[in-house]
Design a protein around this ligand. Structure first.
Ligand code: MRU
Length: 351
């Protein structure tokens, strides 16, 4: 194992030492805790734009447009967003519960595939049901902050549980962005990478470009280079060749929803990577917080896959149709294991 020299990136977790990876966390409160603060991911890597959002329309727009994205991050954004939007809604206390229900429904509909979004909103609704009207706003703030802080801790735990799967000199292939930008903490799939790096191990990351919105090229490569971790971006279509050439030790990906049988919805293209990894004997691990496991979803066939607009594939000749699913489903049989905050697990997820 290689010792860390002065001048290299420091250990980047627990919370408090984000400055070396992100200029600000991907999702947080504003300083006065009256707004949702996000790092606008549409602008990366060219510009680091921080935005404070307060209305439910602003927050829904940011989630739909992928200004804030990644399953855990949109859960945290919806939680903080619901709390601040309700505080800013010009309604008296009597009307608040009705507004809360309406906002909750709209937020959950913003993106359908990542279960963390509905999970976080339902948690706030559950808390709201337990408190009197005059304690509602404070209770929602506290629950949203608990969700955010838990996400930070879950990321750190995923890193700790995943790091034994890596070795010094390890070559990791990842797809999309399941790093710090996709969570309130250090990420899911990238958490073991950051943990290994912090422990002085050399890790080399191959980041699939991730068409059409290029989260791998724009986001994963951006945060890894900031952390001083070597990263090579490849076109999605090159991943199978890379695996065939024996240049990958393991594949680490995140998840938007894990069905009860272990099928995994993640960024479109993950399934192809999983097939190629299996064909070439490379293990694929899914890293996700426990909140991404959805016991109410029996299998991948029951997961709603978000379809996005034709403009993401532009330019196209007039008259060309588009099929643009944002996610696909990787069958559980192609997954070597699930790295969660509760440890390395496999279905049925009973612990
Ligand atoms: O459409 P996106 O960018 O929100 O998709 C993100 C992914 O597919 C991630 O891999 C997943 O949400 C896990 S993030 C820790």
């Amino acid at each position: 194992m290689r010792g860390r020299r002065s001048g290299e990136s420091p250990a980047i977790y627990p919370e408090g030492s984000f400055s070396r990876v992100l200029p600000v966390p991907a999702v947080h409160w504003s300083d006065d805790r009256r707004a949702l603060r996000i790092l606008d991911q549409r602008r990366l890597p060219e510009a680091e734009v921080v935005r404070d959002l307060v209305t439910v329309d602003e927050i829904i727009d940011a989630i739909r447009a992928l200004a804030v994205r990644g399953a855990p991050a949109i859960g945290v954004a919806a939680a903080i967003g619901l709390a601040v939007a309700l505080r800013h809604a010009a309604v008296d206390a009597d009307a608040r519960r009705g507004i809360l229900a309406a906002y909750a429904t709209r937020l959950i509909a913003a993106r359908p595939t990542a279960v963390n979004l509905a999970w976080a909103v339902r948690r706030l609704e559950g808390r709201a049901a337990q408190v009197p009207d005059d304690a509602l706003l404070e209770a929602l703030d506290a629950e949203a902050e608990a969700i955010r802080a838990e996400d930070v801790a879950m990321c750190a735990a995923i890193g700790a549980h995943g790091v034994p799967l890596l070795h010094d000199g390890c070559r990791v292939l990842t797809h999309c962005n399941a790093g710090a930008l996709a969570t309130a903490g250090i990420g899911t799939a990238l958490a073991p990478v950051y943990a290994a790096h912090a422990a002085g191990q050399r890790v080399h990351v191959f980041a699939d470009e991730t068409r059409p919105l290029r989260q791998g090229a724009r986001l994963t490569a951006w945060e890894l280079t900031r952390a001083g971790i070597p990263v090579q971006v490849l076109p999605d279509g090159a991943a199978a060749s890379l695996l065939a050439q024996g240049r990958v030790d393991l594949v680490l990906v995140g998840a938007d929803r894990i069905a009860a049988n272990g099928d995994v919805a993640n960024k479109v293209g993950t399934y192809g990577v999983a097939l190629a990894a299996r064909a070439h004997g490379v293990p694929l691990y899914v890293a996700a917080p426990w909140s991404t496991i959805d016991p109410a979803t029996t299998s991948g066939a029951d997961i709603t896959i978000e379809h996005r607009g034709a403009e993401e594939l532009a330019p196209l000749p007039p008259g060309a149709g588009v099929w643009n699913p944002a996610f696909d489903v990787t069958p559980a049989a192609l997954v070597a294991g699930y790295i969660t905050d509760r440890g390395l697990v496999s279905p049925p997820f009973t612990i």
